[in-house]
Write a protein that binds this ligand. Sequence first.
Ligand code: BTN
Length: 324
Amino acid sequence: MVLSNREKIIQLLAQNMHTYVSGQWLSDQLGISRTAVWKQMKHLKEDGYHFKAVPNKGYRLIDMPDKVSENTLFWGLDTDVLGQMLEYHDQLTSTQDLAHTRARENKPDGYLIVANSQTNGRGRLHRAFRSENKNGAWFSFILRPELSPVEAQKITLLTAVSLVRTIKQKTTLEPKIKWPNDILIGDKKLAGILTEMQAEQDQIHYMVIGVGVNINQRLEEFPEELRQTVTSLLVETDERFKRRYFIQDFLKHFEALYRTLLTDGFKSIKQEWEKHAFKLGETLDYRLGKEEKTGVFVDIHDSGALLIEHEGKTERLYSADIHW
Ligand code: BTN
């Protein structure tokens, strides 16, 4: 990545947020004059960067604007693989589409695509996912797991647990996971997950995991028809969150859980999932084939399927329509 002087200064300051760096040191590092450094600092202040400047010590970066870019996503990203190669776009039709293209071009495990807005975001069952707004986190990444296709659902559940961990790390909210792919606060949707894959009978070629999280939208910014059913972190907490930190923290949680899955199996992830499951133990109406039924949501199966007890029998649901 070729960085401009401005980007290099931000990078050096971001790497040294615990200390002060002098104007002279910055000018030596960049091979530019002190005056040129000073001018860059002035522009950065105008753009919403906050510094503490102490005579004889230099500058310390205190805060950065909520700017999402390849650079800001990369700085401070504490993962080994996930997101270590990434692309950021101001606007895409859907990060899913581009991630599929990149996967077919053989981009590696963990390759990340982030968009500021999507004109044709999509959700499960070919539903539209409204994500034109620039205050959400919309991203997709490629995985090349050594799992059989029947186990792919575990990745959706693992993604949900990663989102729960990220939200709990940042807020006092109590997120719930609505099987298989929604994160709710109360009964309103905060985030959605879309897991897609290219596979043969017993081998996954690649998966694309798409995540959409409502972060800094005010209720009025959502389309009117959604305002009763969706929410954002801002609506719930009255606080604004930095989208890039949310994405970085999510990736770190995901990577840790993914490693757990591959080394120790699904058990502990399933337990964590169950602790946050929406309506676990409650009676649900659902449709199986052409039949309308009622049963108790008792558990999830190790394959990630939903288990419903109906007339003394346990039924396994993969994608049946549950009337939540
Ligand atoms: C759902 O609610 O059914 C899933 C929504 C998934 C939305 C994310 S946003 C990033 C990625 N790009 C898309 O078009 N969809 C996923």
